[in-house]
Design a binder for this molecule. Sequence first.
Ligand code: DGY
Length: 319
Amino acid sequence: MRIVVTRRVPEAAMVVLREAGEVWVSGEDRPLRPDELREAVRGADAVVCMLHDRVDGAVADAAGPQLKVVANVAVGHDNIDVPALAERGVTVTNTPGVLTDATADLAFGLLLAVTRRIGEGERLLRARRPWSFHLGFMLGSGLQGKTLGIVGLGQIGQAMARRARAFGMRIVYSGRSRAKPEVESALHAEHLSFLELLRTADVVSLHCPLTAETRHLIDAEALGAMKHSAFLINTTRGPVVDEAALADALLRREIAGAGLDVFEKEPEVEPRLLELDNVVVTPHLGSATVETRTEMALLAARNVAAVLSAEGAVNEVRP
Ligand code: DGY
């Protein structure tokens, strides 16, 4: 069995993959270009890929009819054309569960950083600018009694809600479907329509997957519906937010600030966002802990091994 890995993975996952077949790993310290990806997968039975690899019917065809599984080392799978792969009999897998806490931690970190102006304060000191303590100096917004609006109350959204509850926040949420009553009552979460959530929340945090329906969910109109004092946090996928509209809204002070871990055209970032003091940015670090990245790679490797040994995938993504 030939297993192609598009970017280096932790050794623990390599051990599992080597037991399942002959492994080829890209030696590049960058994403493979589309032509390189098509070349690399030739003859593969399994492909372990990253969220920056676009895996569609053309990639599956380049691999050949023996391709059995594409294992994405991510929970999001918007980079994979799942129906096109299903048509070709290829199983697609992802890595849910193992990155829930790490991602919610980072989302809450961004929330704290932007509401308490942590990045701004750090930049002030590093620039060695003069400052002194006074009662009006660099005031942020407190969280206690404020409302967190969670868009998408899946596993990560729920983990975010638990963190926010510990900070005394009220939780409202919107999503494609209503959460189970026991989830709502455990989190004291109130279901609102998307528009009501935008109008009510002091912080809007995005935890929905990127789909055709959620692309540019946060556009100029949605931003216009938010409170002028509200903050936006995005740790899901960049294209859920219209980045140009967000920069416009921030420049016009239509909202108070944003904490962003993901961007529309990664690794690029809308340059105007980088000029703004009320924007905190991190380079797609949601799941970036040693423990979580190891678990993600291991889960992907186990999915490959399970499909190749005909046991069936652990985390199959259905079209
Ligand atoms: C995912 O798994 O989808 C995350 O974006 C990776 O951090």
